[in-house]
Design a protein around this ligand. Structure first.
Ligand code: SF4
Length: 462
């Protein structure tokens, strides 16, 4: 069996080597979380909106087969070509064939986490076709040959100095000029040329409406619109879970999406596409890639309600201090740790453990996914199916035995305090005690809280 390629804790340890960057990453995302809080607290009906969104998504998932067929029929009637892809490979092949049959050279793409999940850029690049990502954050990470580290803020792991160096290297901007306005303007000028000369625009889809066959793409930069309106071929890609039943449901989702993501009342551009303009080809690729498998799992099916707002990322103490790349997958953060084990349980068995299970993710989720509950359930599934290291399994079993027996717990506490006092080199050995790697061990107290409490009570009774 080939070795497992990545491990969250090792990648996080790498990210943690640069402490000031980790602190800055943590504070920046917490700032976004606070913006979200202010925004949602400003509307008294927030909890009702969450409930409604959750119910609409539950209903849609329970009737997904019918809604997908309705959407397909109406989209075809509107002049859109519909393609079905069972997995990422088929998704990429469909796009490749469309590129070839239309003899296309210039391709621009706006943010689509599905194309990241299918590794579209690399797949096309291996066949000699280059795609330009036009979302500013994605463009920056593409120039650096990195992957997005966050689904809404793809370059959040980078500082303006990093962007300045990258642009100096690739766009020939002034060395050392870190002015965000100047850097954004330089990217805008370069990307404008790409839009003008593009023949194909690839976009994602935020919401596909079964009732009308229309779809909505949300961006803050207008890059999806620019691409789709300039190119003669528009391919929009969506996972099967992007369906919503009716146009009137859109109001609920547009209100919760941007508030949860960035604290804005609505994304700057919420663009509705109904049919191709005259002379344009419009295609939609509808992708499964493991989603029906997830739908068949009662414990995890509600993860398909996700609208990719990233609120659970911004609030997660583990994500904020370990960075998106430590999740080694297209969708990082708490929701990625539920979705990715379904795609490949062996490669992603580490991810559900990258959580404190504090529940903050579930509290902020606008579609009320029980995220921390599902992370906990994935741990049990992965352990039962043998995807978790034997040492971790044995450790957990031992700990469970100790924590469920008060007398064993007291004995373990006594031994632990003794070792800490008399043989500190054992606990300070990073191999024997990986916990010590990033932490100071406390001074061993003379007695446990329980002993102190009992003594105290006795003294008071005297
Ligand atoms: S799980 Fe919920 S909070 Fe996280 S990205 Fe999806 S919708 Fe947003």
């Amino acid at each position: 069996m080939p070795p497992i390629l990545y491990d969250h804790s090792e990648l996080a340890a790498d990210f943690n080597k640069d402490e000031p960057r980790v602190n800055w990453h943590d504070e920046t995302l917490w700032f976004v979380r606070q913006k979200r809080d202010k925004s949602v607290n400003a509307i008294p009906e927030w909890e009702q909106l969450r409930e409604l969104a959750s119910n609409i998504k539950d209903h849609t998932l329970s009737n997904l087969d019918q809604y997908l067929i309705d959407f397909e029929q109406r989209a075809i009637a509107n002049g859109i070509h519909i393609h079905w892809a069972a997995d990422g490979e088929e998704h990429n092949e469909i796009i490749f064939n469309l590129i070839r049959s239309n003899h296309i050279s210039g391709i621009v793409k706006s943010k689509s986490m599905l194309t990241e999940e299918c590794h579209l850029n690399e797949w096309l690049s291996d066949r000699g076709i280059q795609v330009v990502d036009t979302d500013l954050g994605e463009y920056i990470v593409q120039l650096r040959k990195e992957h997005p580290s966050h689904i809404v803020l793809p370059a959040i792991h980078l500082k303006k100095e990093d962007v300045s160096n990258t642009f100096h290297e690739h766009l020939n901007t002034e060395k050392g000029n870190n002015d965000p306005q100047y850097l954004a303007e330089s990217a805008r000028i370069t990307l404008r040329e790409k839009f003008i000369h593009s023949e194909l625009a690839i976009t994602g889809i935020n919401f596909a409406i079964a009732e009308t066959g229309a779809f909505v793409v949300c961006t803050n930069e207008g890059n999806a619109d620019m691409g789709a309106h300039a190119a003669s071929v528009h391919i929009a890609c969506m996972g099967i879970e992007k369906i919503i039943p009716r146009t009137e449901d859109l109001g609920v989702f547009l209100r919760i999406l941007a508030r949860s993501a960035t604290g804005q009342p609505i994304t700057t551009y919420s663009s509705h596409f109904l049919r191709p303009r005259k002379g344009q080809q419009m295609h939609i690729v509808i992708v499964d890639n493991g989603r029906t498998r997830q739908l068949s799992k009662p414990d995890f099916r509600s993860s398909l309600k996700c609208i990719r707002c990233a609120a659970c990322f911004n609030t997660c103490p583990v994500y904020r201090r370990s960075g998106g790349h430590s999740y080694h997958s297209a969708v990082a953060g708490p929701i990625g740790s539920i979705l990715n084990p379904n795609l490949d349980p062996r490669e992603n068995a580490d991810l559900p453990f990258a959580s404190t299970l504090c529940g903050s993710c579930s509290n902020v989720c606008p579609v009320k996914i029980d995220i921390h509950g599902q992370l906990w359930k994935w741990r049990q599934v992965l352990i039962a199916e043998g995807y978790v290291k034997g040492s971790k399994k044995a450790g957990m079993k031992g700990l469970s035995r100790i924590l469920s027996s008060p007398s064993l717990y007291r004995i373990a506490g006594k031994i632990g305090r003794r070792i800490l006092r008399l043989l500190p080199w054992i606990v300070e050995n990073k191999k024997l005690n990986p916990w010590y790697k990033q932490r100071e061990m406390p001074d061993a107290p003379r007695q446990s809280f329980r002993d102190w409490y009992l003594n105290n009570q006795r003294e008071h009774k005297r």
